[in-house]
Design a protein around this ligand. Structure first.
Ligand SMILES: Nc1ncnc2c1ncn2[C@@H]1O[C@H](COP(=O)(O)OP(=O)(O)O)[C@@H](O)[C@H]1O
Ligand SMILES: [Mg+2]
Length: 229
């Protein structure tokens, strides 16, 4: 009988630490990420969720440890050229041109990928089919977020880095987000999600980042204190 070796992880965060503004934000993070995985980064505001995603996107380098993709350090230039083509990045900045149509704002990204035909169906799935030819400035915050989700689908890259993807979405929007994440994972895609809001994902690995500063009394604590009249 031959023993099959377990597949190697697609990505490994190997004892990763990260600085921001000369301060250490992340310390010794270790995670193995296989195809189809979801890694959920949670933690208070300022705990380093966005910092970790930015590092995975290659905007900053780890101050110690390494991020491996297919066993190779992503900061090596030859590797990074390949690795960055795997990434889909969704952040609070939506990189949308208000003067152009909703469809344009998705299609450009698709065309840059050398792909075609997915933008309109993606917008339709996001419930924005009827707004495809409207100017983007007409959209609400939640609708703009749905356009960003449509972009993920149109670009169709394997590793999604999602920074607070459910902010501004209504209940149906959150369900759509949960659906496309599950579908992407079924196809072997990987999802890193930084969120402080609940997003349902099966068998996700939760990485809770510790708060960076000792907690002080907040305004909310003061309101809760019975002895303050
Ligand atoms: N552009 C920046 N320059 C310097 N420091 C930053 C910048 N953005 C965030 N930080 C600091 O890095 C820490 C982690 O921030 P961030 O990763 O954005 O946290 P989170 O996403 O968990 O709310 C915070 O203390 C924040 O003040
Ligand atoms: Mg953040």
């Amino acid at each position: 009988m031959t023993l099959r070796r377990p597949p190697s992880p697609r990505m490994v965060l190997d004892n990763v630490s990260c600085m921001r503004n000369a301060q250490q934000i992340l310390r010794h993070v270790n995670v193995s990420v296989h195809d189809g995985s979801a890694i959920v980064l949670t933690g208070t505001n300022g705990s380093g969720k966005t910092t970790l995603l930015r590092m995975l996107a290659g905007f900053t380098k780890p101050s110690a440890g390494q991020v491996l993709w297919n066993g190779h350090d992503i900061t090596k230039s030859g590797v990074f050229q390949q690795y960055k083509l795997q990434l889909n990045w969704l952040s609070l900045k939506d990189a949308m041109k208000d003067r152009f149509t909703v469809l344009d704002n998705v299609q450009w990204f698709e065309v840059l990928e050398g792909k075609q035909g997915k933008s309109l169906p993606a917008l339709e799935l996001m419930g924005l089919g009827r707004l495809a030819n409207e100017k983007t400035r007409m959209l609400s915050m939640g609708q703009r977020k749905r356009v960003q989700l449509a972009r993920l689908l149109a670009m169709d890259r394997p590793i999604w880095l999602l920074d607070e993807p459910s902010v501004a979405l209504d209940d149906e929007g959150v369900k759509l987000l949960e659906f496309i994440i599950a579908d992407h994972r079924k196809k072997g895609g990987i999802v890193f999600v930084a969120t402080h809001l609940p997003i349902k994902m099966e068998d996700a690995t939760y990485l809770r980042l510790p708060p960076r500063f000792p907690r002080r009394m907040t305004f909310v604590d003061m309101l809760d204190r019975a002895d303050i009249e």
